[in-house]
Design a binder for this molecule. Structure first.
Ligand SMILES: *Cc1c(COP(=O)(O)O)cnc(C)c1O
Length: 387
């Protein structure tokens, strides 16, 4: 038998993301099961909707099965026709575009700002044509887009503003909660977001006149909600729609998370602030850019990212962290140059910032139950990378 060198014990892996589930989640999910009302729009959906609305400054909401589905609902509500155009950033998740493509509309991709990675509002006007119907903004990482300029452009050109607020719950722009500024907004409670329900989402009605039709679209195109309220004695097919209504189990999980919103957010902000503080001088000396948060805005600590000075740094950094048991990640591939983006949409301008950022951005692990020692391990791994 040969003597083998003992290997040093490997530190446990640090995932990119991990939901924070406590007894409160178990308790409320059990409550939903005991109530035996498992389909949607029961008491837990009511309570979760109220809690969400409170976080959005009292703006009315409907829970949905996902943010993707909430975006699809906005596409129906906007009554888009084939060839109508919807302006959006190229640097976003596919659902932002897919929802409108599903109604035969054309996504028009605009580049992002260097600092916040949000849609570059100075390029919106040039992207407007007589087919343009809406502007969809994404508050990347939960840092607000330039909403005053965007709302002003939209008013001037008679366009609807939709906020894809998947990242921005709890964030604000000049005192107004993100998700409450546009005529419509969407939220995500996917397992990778700040507040999770496994899969889940919401549509938010900055303009309350959309709500009645939204209830119908969400209930398979029927007026079942009016029936449940006793307004009609039979319900029937009245409009297009689908099954966008989450079950009470999803609502129970969501309610538990919303009840702990403050604790979850403060834990995330702690990690985010620590990254910013501890990486500041390293980033400066290496030409690495860190997130920037404009004055007058509060962010949601959804993402912490590095923008490396050269594209080769992205794989280098991700591999370097991986060898140390740490999962880091790049993010969106640009939509304007993706196969479906080129087939269904068009770019307004060259979107060169999007392309460069997509190739050089690395997101660090960030989750509420992250220990101080894990944050320290990420910090020393990042700063020891030979970029
Ligand atoms: C996560 C995400 C979505 C999709 O959310 P789902 O709830 O998974 O459908 C849409 N837009 C953005 C910007 C996202 O980050």
């Amino acid at each position: 038998m040969s003597l083998t060198r003992s290997t040093p014990s490997r530190p446990s892996p640090i995932p990119f993301n991990r939901p924070w589930i406590t007894d409160e989640e178990l308790h409320l999910v059990s409550e939903a099961l005991r109530e035996a009302h498992l389909s949607g729009d029961g008491p837990l959906t009511q309570r979760a909707s109220q809690a969400l609305s409170d976080l959005l400054g009292g703006t009315d909401v409907l829970l949905t099965t996902s943010c993707t589905h909430a975006l699809e609902m906005t596409a129906i509500l906007l009554e888009l026709k084939a060839g109508d155009e919807v302006i959006m950033p190229s640097f976003t998740f596919v659902s932002t575009a897919n929802a409108y493509v599903g109604r035969q509309a054309v996504p028009v991709f605009v580049d992002i700002r260097e600092d916040t990675l949000n849609i570059d509002e100075s390029q919106i006007v040039d992207a407007i044509t007589d087919r343009t119907k809406a502007i969809v903004v994404v508050h990347y990482g939960g840092v607000a887009a330039e909403m005053d300029s965007i709302m002003e452009i939209a008013d001037r050109h008679n366009l609807i503003v939709v906020e894809d607020n998947a990242h921005g719950l709890g964030a604000s722009y000049r005192g107004r909660p993100l998700g409450s500024i546009g005529a419509l907004a969407t939220q995500s409670f996917h397992a990778t977001k700040n507040i999770v329900a496994g899969e889940g989402g919401a549509i938010v009605f900055g303009d309350p006149s959309y709500r009645t039709r939204a209830e119908i679209i969400r209930e398979k195109g029927t007026n079942r909600n009016e029936f449940l309220r006793g307004v009609v004695d039979k319900y029937t097919w009245v409009d297009v729609g689908s099954s966008y209504l989450p079950s009470e189990l999803v609502a129970a999980l969501l309610l538990a998370q919303l009840n702990r919103f403050k604790a979850i957010q403060s834990a995330r902000h702690k990690v985010w602030n620590c990254y910013l503080r501890e990486l500041g001088s390293w980033a400066k000396s290496r030409g690495v850019r860190l997130p920037s948060v404009p004055e007058g805005t509060i962010h949601s600590a959804h993402l912490f990212y590095l923008i490396l000075p050269e594209a080769k740094g992205q794989t280098l950094m991700i591999d370097h962290l991986k060898r140390r048991g740490i999962t880091a990640a790049s993010h969106y591939r640009p939509l304007h140059s993706s196969p479906a983006g080129m087939r269904f949409g068009r770019a307004a301008g060259d979107c060169s910032v999007t392309t460069r950022v997509a190739d050089s951005l690395v997101r660090l692990p960030l989750y509420a139950p992250m220990s101080d020692s894990d944050v320290d391990r990420v910090l020393s791994a990042v700063t020891s990378c030979p970029i």
